[in-house]
Design a protein around this ligand. Structure first.
Ligand code: FES
Length: 128
């Protein structure tokens, strides 16, 4: 069986994991479609994104999750990080995307693809 044949077809629901297999702050990448789909647990809410960066095609799900840096003149350095763990940063050029919506402030028209996720009992189910 080739690597391509092992990949799951897109366009249907996939039971990808149980909730305790992806604890808060963690994620896993599943072989759905051409690039794979990353499923993230952000403080108990699951999100799914394509493992593909719209900038130059980087493997987005291999980047780090963290918060968003905002201006905070009262803080040392004039900046603060908010919404910890709600953004994914591409490992190639560090563009950041909001996991919940797929949007980016770098170039808003280049949002990433997101997929619906639901939890049924202890199963995490992705529609991708
Ligand atoms: S390829 Fe992702 S930021 Fe450049």
């Amino acid at each position: 069986m080739t690597e391509k044949e092992k990949r799951l077809a897109r366009g249907r629901e996939h039971v990808v994991a149980t909730t305790d297999e992806i604890p808060p702050g963690e994620h896993k990448v599943f072989p759905i479609g051409r690039y794979g789909v990353g499923v993230y647990n952000v403080k108990g809410t699951f999100y799914a994104i394509a493992n593909y960066c719209p900038h130059e095609g980087g493997p987005l799900c291999f980047g780090r999750t963290k918060g968003q840096t905002v201006s905070a003149p009262e803080r040392p350095g004039g900046a603060a990080e908010v919404r910890d763990g709600e953004f994914i940063y591409c490992p190639w050029h560090q563009w950041g995307f909001e996991l919940a919506t797929g949007t980016t402030t770098v170039k808003p028209e280049w949002s990433i693809r997101t997929y619906p996720v639901r939890v049924d009992g202890s199963n995490v189910i992705v529609s991708a």
